[in-house]
Design a binder for this molecule. Structure first.
Ligand SMILES: Nc1ncnc2c1ncn2[C@@H]1O[C@H](COP(=O)(O)OP(=O)(O)OP(=O)(O)O)[C@@H](O)[C@H]1O
Ligand SMILES: [Mg+2]
Length: 394
């Protein structure tokens, strides 16, 4: 039981969401901006603040955690101390819950009940003062807290920060996918001036490729994922620009390859990984295809088999065979091309024109979201039991 059947994964913990990588690919600018904003803290112990915002899976949490760990290490190297507290406001989603987390940083046995938020914060202020150690609080997904009408806590924290003197200080890093301006009152907003904002845009396909390559390098055995596989995962997640999505595909594909006892992660493992997270191939979409488009898609699935992509010519040959099998007259090339375009419009397939070594241009077709064999089975089922006898619709 639970035996690894092959050697794909070297260190699975490095694929998990919680793992904070040593370096963040393509986020050098954001890390430099954080360093600039926090240099008053590192050099003189003064309070600082930053607001990180941007789209889903864009590396906000990872950057904030990496930065705080690096900064704590810098303090340690310089014989100084720094306290860090990370709070995810989706988990601790009330002002009270956040205040309790703060109190427990200094007093782990702090009781669940019996104190008002103001009392807790007063106590925290005294503790930070007495501790003689700067504190950095990361409030992640802070919009959850602010949307609930809880603006007071952030305001109070900024006030505490101003009130603390001496060697201690309280710095804040707020993180959200949304703009803070609409959620904070002006007084708190003034702490998070425009200059303190660091934005995180969606990752491009190239950036995702480098992220997948890096994470595969530290988590998988050498050679477990080919360049083509890396490219495939990057392409699949490019629509969302989301590194989390890419890493989830990578993790699932790696496990699938191990379960199948493969020496390398195959294109099919990647497709299964992706289809188990998010499948664009709903039964209803397939049901709506007429017999010609169903046969075209079936032919493409069969032509692709386990490859990453195949040429249009190859697919067309396979289409003729499928038509023969189902006793349906095959359409001419231009008509087949229209079917392919229709299927692409419905996100069932993807086409790409590539320049061949002889200078010619060839259209390649790929299916990303689902293993072609699985999709072919679904289509055959529909063709055999549902569409049999259906009219030939153009
Ligand atoms: N540049 C990067 N290099 C390596 N790994 C990355 C990079 N960016 C993100 N990751 C990884 O991708 C996953 C998602 O990143 P992260 O959690 O930081 O996104 P986020 O911006 O906080 O998203 P959300 O808004 O949904 O919380 C994490 O596992 C993180 O380690
Ligand atoms: Mg996050």
């Amino acid at each position: 039981m639970f035996e690894r059947r092959s050697n794909i994964i070297k260190d699975g913990s490095k694929l998990s969401f919680d793992y904070v990588p040593d370096k963040l690919v393509s986020r050098e600018k954001q890390m430099r901006d954080l360093e600039k904003l926090f240099s008053p803290l590192a050099l003189d112990g003064n309070a600082c603040s930053a607001y990180l915002w941007g789209s889903v899976g864009a590396g906000k949490t990872a950057c904030a955690k990496r930065f705080c760990q690096d900064m704590a290490e810098y303090f340690y190297q310089n014989n100084k101390r720094l306290s860090n507290l990370y709070i995810n406001c989706r988990v601790k989603n009330t002002e009270y819950a956040v205040a309790l987390e703060l109190a427990r940083l200094y007093d782990p046995g702090f009781p669940d009940r019996g104190f008002a938020i103001d009392e807790i914060l007063n106590m925290v202020q005294k503790k930070v003062d007495a501790d003689q150690t700067p504190l950095v609080i990361i409030l992640d997904e802070v919009d959850v807290l602010l949307k609930g009408g809880s603006r007071n806590l952030v305001y109070q924290l900024t006030r505490i920060s101003e009130a603390i003197k001496g060697k201690s200080s309280l710095s804040l890093i707020l993180i959200s996918q949304y703009s803070l301006a609409s959620m904070l009152d002006e007084a708190s907003m003034s702490t998070f001036r425009r200059a303190n904002m660091i934005s995180f845009s969606r990752y491009s396909e190239d950036e995702l490729r480098e992220i997948v390559r890096y994470r595969a390098e530290i988590a998988l055995e050498p050679g477990a994922l080919s360049d083509e596989g890396i490219g495939m995962i990057a392409k699949l997640s490019e629509e969302f620009g989301d590194a989390r999505f890419a890493l989830e595909i990578l993790e699932r594909a790696a496990h699938a390859a191990e379960m199948d006892g493969l020496a390398e992660i195959s294109a099919d493992c990647i497709r299964s990984g992706s289809s188990s997270i998010y499948s664009d191939v709903s039964e209803s979409k397939l049901n709506q295809l007429d017999i010609n488009r169903s046969l075209s898609l079936l032919a493409i699935c069969r032509a692709i088999k386990t490859a990453a992509s195949v040429s249009m010519t190859h697919c067309e040959k396979s289409y003729h065979i499928a038509c023969e099998e189902y006793n349906v007259p095959a359409k001419k090339h231009t008509q087949f091309y229209t079917y392919v375009q229709d299927l692409e419009r419905q996100s069932l397939i993807r086409t790409e024109v590539r320049r061949e070594p002889d200078g010619g241009r060839v259209t390649y077709i790929s299916i990303d979201n689902i293993p072609p064999k699985e999709l072919a089975n679904k289509i055959v089922y529909l063709l055999d039991y549902v569409k049999r006898g259906e009219n030939d619709i153009e």
